[in-house]
Design a protein. Structure first.
Length: 450
């Protein structure tokens, strides 16, 4: 019983530390949303579109690097810490490829904006915002590599402290650059992008300094000479990371493309959706943190050769994830009007955002379960099947069904002409996805135990 309590507490403490840091990062988006909303309704609507594109690019590429967590956690669990350094150095080649791909996408968003029929008057602000964020992508992805390494070693505290410190810098910079002052002209939405760029490079500089100076990292031999690309190792990373990154891309774009399709409904609808999406993203940090912590423990025990304790860690992670998801969904429904009022003082925007919250709560419950499942499946090296399920359910049923219900009608239901259609269909698609993932995970674990 004490071992169970100890494992549960270890997962909870790890997840809590990761959560604090993730919430600090999410506060970047929350503060930018509030600042843009106070600057102008047009800036908030443009941020909704720009943030959707940036998040789609960044989070999918982040998924490629985050998928390396089980590799390093297994080395740690198997007592092979001296091999971590070479593995991390080889991962830099994968990170470099991700940076080039991501910057190319962010510097040329015009085709996506035309394809999704974003209003022409909004495109200029969105393109300027994304051009700045393109140069903030490299430090963001390299810092994510640093974060993944720490999470795999069970030491996320340093990452969290850096993320908290960055928020202290980010908030005043965003206000100053957006509204101007002290001789600096008001930049509007693009000011939020410049603030993000400055903070991302500062965080990376601090991470490099810690890797060089902290005694904790010395045993992992991180700072030996960079080897030539080991294509066998990189292919192994790619077999895990690329399907994982593509799966994240499908998951995130099924969420963020809603903003692009909703933009044609007008600025009030786009602004209300941005509020709902921002709150959803904040709530998502809880299951994400629990998934990171649980997968680190599962991979640790798999690396140590203890399949039973890995299975036990899975169960404990599920208990905590479902409980937290139920609490957050209840809060989203109960406090929906108060939460919407924080973001906007426009009655039309507040009323529509509050109406979305019930669907957002259902979305969060399903999202929490499927997020934990997909992280745990990576521990068992199952990456291709989740990608196929995501493509079918989230793009097909979720996004495709949402578009039909919103603009053309679906079966007996007439076209809703409302962002609510997107949230209803996406929540249903995620619920079916979660059921598929639970079944696949149980089958995989039973096979491994046998």
């Amino acid at each position: 019983m004490s071992a169970q309590s100890g494992e549960r507490g270890l997962i909870a403490r790890h997840a809590g530390t990761v959560l604090v840091g993730q919430l600090a990062v999410m506060a970047f988006g929350v503060t930018d949303t509030i600042i843009a909303g106070r600057y102008s309704e047009g800036a908030l609507a443009a941020l909704s579109v720009g943030a959707a594109i940036f998040i789609s690019v960044y989070v999918s590429l982040m998924g490629v690097l985050q998928a390396l967590l089980p590799v390093w956690a297994e080395l740690h669990g198997g007592g092979r810490g001296s091999e971590v350094g070479r593995s991390v150095r080889q991962s830099l080649y994968l990170a470099a490829i991700a940076i080039v791909v991501g910057m190319a996408a962010l510097l040329a968003p015009a085709a996506v904006l035309r394809l999704t029929q974003v209003p022409p008057e909004m495109r200029g602000d969105v393109e300027m915002y994304l051009r700045v964020l393109a140069f903030a992508l490299a430090p963001a992805l390299l810092f994510r590599l640093f974060s993944t390494l720490n999470q795999s070693l069970g030491k996320p505290q340093l990452v969290t402290w850096l993320q908290l410190g960055s928020l202290v810098v980010k908030l005043p910079l965003s206000i100053w650059f957006t509204f101007g002052g002290a001789g600096l002209p008001a930049m509007g939405l693009v000011g939020c992008g410049w603030a993000t760029l400055c903070v991302n490079w500062a965080m990376l500089a601090c991470a490099v300094w810690l890797l060089r100076s902290s005694p904790f990292y010395r045993g992992y031999r991180l700072w030996e000479r960079l080897e030539k690309p080991d294509w066998q190792q990189i292919r192994l990373f790619a077999r895990m990371g690329v399907p994982g990154g593509l799966a994240v891309l499908v998951e995130v774009t099924s969420f963020t493309l809603m903003a692009l399709f909703i933009a044609r409904l007008g600025t009030a609808a786009a602004a209300a959706h941005q509020i709902a999406a921002n709150l959803m993203a904040v709530a998502y940090m809880v299951p994400l943190s629990l998934s990171i912590a649980t997968s680190a423990r599962v991979s640790f025990w798999l690396g140590a050769g203890d399949v039973a304790r890995a299975r036990h860690a899975c169960r404990l992670g599920f208990e905590q994830t479902v409980l937290c998801a139920m609490l957050f969904s209840t809060a989203l429904v109960t406090l929906r009007h108060q939460l919407a009022n924080v973001y906007s003082d426009n009655p039309a925007v507040v009323g529509l955002a509050a109406a979305l919250m019930v669907a957002v709560a259902a979305y969060h419950l399903a999202d929490a379960v499927q997020t934990l499942c997909v992280f745990l499946l990576r521990c068992y090296r199952v990456t291709l099947a989740p990608l196929v399920i995501y493509c079918t359910m989230l793009w097909g049923l979720g996004l495709g069904g949402s578009y039909m219900l919103a603009y053309h009608g679906l079966g007996p239901w007439a076209a809703m002409q409302s962002p609510l259609a997107f949230w209803i269909m996406s929540a249903g698609a995620l619920a079916v996805t979660a059921l598929f993932f639970i079944t696949l995970l149980r089958w995989t674990m039973n096979k491994r135990s046998a």
